[in-house]
Design a binder for this molecule. Structure first.
Ligand code: ADP
Ligand code: ASP
Ligand code: MG
Length: 422
């Protein structure tokens, strides 16, 4: 008998029929003698629908205003899910109890819309488990010191589940979703993508941070910090599939690197459309410029990703960087209003039709020429590279968004990631 956490994503919870299937699957695990905690997301589309309602009332300034109320609103999607799932389980004859984040409580920082989990009280949950109940806890939300409801950022139910698993010292956290594991790249973009039976924690961390939304980055960070075994698997298999088979399916995130993993130079390709580029033109090339530009951006709480400064000509340089697309307008306005006049720069221009494509692999540590192969493959497709950044186990490029699919497919093939043809 073990303590197991299951997480079910939006599509897995997408209708009452699907919720009934989830209940049957969870009941199967409980009948096998496991202590079960379940963390569901809102039904698919629900979080977008809720946030859309807010936009109808207040179209402008989303992302900087109404944040507390947006969390109050968005958190309701998960409350619906836990209520329905508890009813479905009880209807199956399986005792179950549902909790909102604040009832557990899952304590978070007060950074509305992107709060961080500080602490989870396990008392109530353990008592219910010992009383034979399945405990169902809302994903995506928590409560701050002041009793305000907070949310953890889009895709945050993954993080709730792994954090709950860490707090309860669960044997494993199973992330049930609409694909049957972690693939070499998004299988919806590259049908030839291959499922990995195991992926190293470090690679998963890079893939998630570079845009693979199969797991929210913070869930991977939690898994690493508390050494929680995490497995990604499908909720679309028949619910009555043999439990032992199910428990070995999908993709396991491992903390040991095996030889096979090191052999693959590139093990995955990640991409993100959530990018925008901003350039400050005609900046006087003198010490302190980067700090003045990026300092102003940081003061506005805007995260900067890639940075590039071109060689100066006649004492003037251009300074470009990328931000999340949601922060683009705010960044551009801030630079125009404050930074350009202060520096005596010429202008600010930007581009929201860009994307970031990255190759990831721990094998890159011991192989040279991987990045140059990436650049060659892109040049053969006549794709212009606008920015580059590298680290030990990844290389990322910024390119025009219209070439995203072409670039990902070409790289997937060139780095031998395509499934063998049958
Ligand atoms: P959930 O609602 O279950 O949280 P998400 O939509 O957040 O599901 O994440 C699952 C999706 O992640 C898949 O449908 C797939 O399109 C996408 N995805 C992106 N990169 C990958 C990858 N490398 N492997 C598997 N899925 C990926
Ligand atoms: N419902 C939230 C979202 O759509 C959290 C999640 O699905 O993980 O972002
Ligand atoms: Mg998700």
């Amino acid at each position: 008998m073990a303590l197991i956490v299951h997480k079910y994503g939006g599509t897995s919870m997408g209708s009452t029929e699907r919720i009934a299937q989830v209940a049957k699957r969870v009941a199967k695990w409980a009948r096998a003698g496991h202590h079960m905690v379940v963390v569901p997301s809102a039904m698919s589309g629900e979080t977008n629908r809720l946030l859309g309602l807010a936009k109808e009332l207040a179209p402008a300034k989303q992302g900087t205003e109404y944040l507390r109320e947006l969390d109050m609103l968005a958190s309701t999607g998960e409350q619906v899910s836990v209520g329905l799932l508890a009813i479905a389980l009880q209807a199956e004859g399986q005792p179950a109890v549902s909790y909102a984040g604040w009832q557990v409580p899952i304590k978070t920082s007060n950074a509305y819309t992107k709060a961080r989990i500080d602490n989870i009280d396990d008392g109530k949950v353990r008592a219910d488990l010992n009383a034979g109940k399945v405990v169902i806890i809302t994903g995506f939300q928590g409560v701050d010191e002041g009793g305000n409801i907070t949310t953890l950022g889009r895709g945050g139910s993954d993080t709730s589940a792994v954090a709950v698993a860490a707090a309860l010292k669960a044997s494993e956290c199973l992330i049930f979703t609409d694909v049957d594991g972690v693939y070499t790249t998004d299988p919806r973009v590259v049908p030839e993508a291959r499922r990995m039976a195991r992926v190293s924690f470090e690679e998963m961390l890079e893939m998630a941070s570079l845009g693979s939304k199969v797991l929210q980055i913070r869930s991977v960070e939690f898994a690493g910090k508390y050494k929680v075994p995490v497995r990604v698997l499908s909720s679309f298999t028949p619910w009555d599939i043999d439990l032992a088979t199910e428990a070995q399916s999908g993709t396991l995130i491992t903390f040991e690197e095996d030889e096979q993993m090191e052999q693959a130079v590139v093990s995955g390709i990640a991409f993100s459309r959530d990018e925008a580029k901003v350039s400050v033109l005609g900046v006087p090339d003198r010490p302190g410029i980067a700090s003045q530009i990026l300092g102003a951006v940081a003061d506005a709480n805007i995260e900067v990703d890639m940075i590039i400064q071109n060689a100066s000509k006649d004492g003037m340089a251009d300074f470009s960087f990328t931000v999340n697309r949601n922060d683009y307008a705010r960044t551009r306005d801030l630079l125009k209003d404050k930074v350009v006049p202060a520096l005596g720069a010429a202008d600010v221009v930007g581009d929201t039709r860009i994307c970031k494509v990255s190759i990831v692999g721990i094998g890159m540590r011991s192989h040279v020429g991987v990045a140059s192969k990436m650049f060659r493959v892109l040049s053969e497709e006549a794709i212009n590279i606008q920015m580059i950044s590298t680290s030990e186990i990844k290389t990322s490029v910024v390119i025009d968004e219209k070439y995203l699919e072409l670039a990902v497919r070409a790289l997937h093939r060139a780095f031998d990631l395509d499934q063998p043809a049958v």
